[in-house]
Design a protein around this ligand. Sequence first.
Ligand code: ADP
Length: 359
Amino acid sequence: MSIIADDSDFKNQKSEGTREKNPVIRPEAIDLDKNFENCIRPKSFDTYIGQSALKDTLKITIQAAKKRELPLDHLLFYGPPGLGKTTLAGVIAQEMGVDIKITSAPALERPRDIIGILMSLQGGEILFIDEIHRLNKVAEEILYPAMEDFYLDMTTGKSQTVKTLRVPLPKFTLIGATTKAGELSGPLRDRFGIIHRLEFYTDSELAQVITRTAGILNIEIDEKGAYAIARRSRGTPRIANRLIKRVSDYALVKYSGKITESIANESLDILKIDEFGLDTTDRNLLNLIIEKYDGGPVGIETIAAALGEDVRTLEDVCEPFLLQAGLLQRTPRGRKVSPAGYRHLGYKTKEISSQQSLF
Ligand code: ADP
């Protein structure tokens, strides 16, 4: 798998720079984190847990493409972060037997960034662009003919001597991933032959993710322990994998190292992750709307300013799960806490509390 430097690589480089100046951060600790990601990322459909309807469809598409000896149609995956979009792109490349180049839209700021990547592709290869809704207009326009007819229009020379050069490209597959399908421009969306949404995972699927990761990392865990972590992982494998590391540290320091249900619950309580998987930010968000805005509706910018959080973090990370869990509602006039949200935080529901205030 060849990987083009993206902005996360840039962040890593920056942290490596800081590393030299800060002897407290051991280099091996950082590399361990990178290795952790690589070790646990599933590489085939067999180890990619859940998303069964999507996997079935993709298997057929891959078989058909192989029989026709043609590259796959361009694919778009959308859904909240951490559900396995990047991982799935890697699995598809593996199953197709081709290389994948991974980048993200913010790393494709200048025309030469996207042109460089497109020109480096070999026939059949996959180009994965994360956060594709953040692609700028110029990059998008370069992509259109590349996606549709596999060529690039390049201009050379200046003013009167300017010439347009049509450069053919090898047939490739673009896989785009986004947390915000609605923000993709119509023309770009229309150029994807296949569009799929990734769903949140069930507790049983997440327990499988956790057991698999534990096996790779030599962490001892029983079935109930895996379920206890799964229930608080907000339907998201990335969170499940993060929590198992934290719980494993706790089990090792406080107990013998084996994760059981009670040890998992105890350690997640200490981490302030409640039985629904909500963390302090989620609870602060719901509390703020209930206490300061009478349960809403209130605009997301107002909420972000009051919490000192970034709007994008709230929209991409907090909200999808709160909406899916039915704790928050999105209305044309802003966000509202649902009766279930009131109950979850131990408040009486809005109707009851406002009736009570009449007396
Ligand atoms: P996204 O691209 O949607 O943000 P990633 O593909 O980076 O998410 O996945 C986040 C983490 O979750 C990865 O470390 C990966 O190992 C794990 N993961 C994601 N999907 C699955 C899955 N279906 N089965 C097992 N592990 C998964």
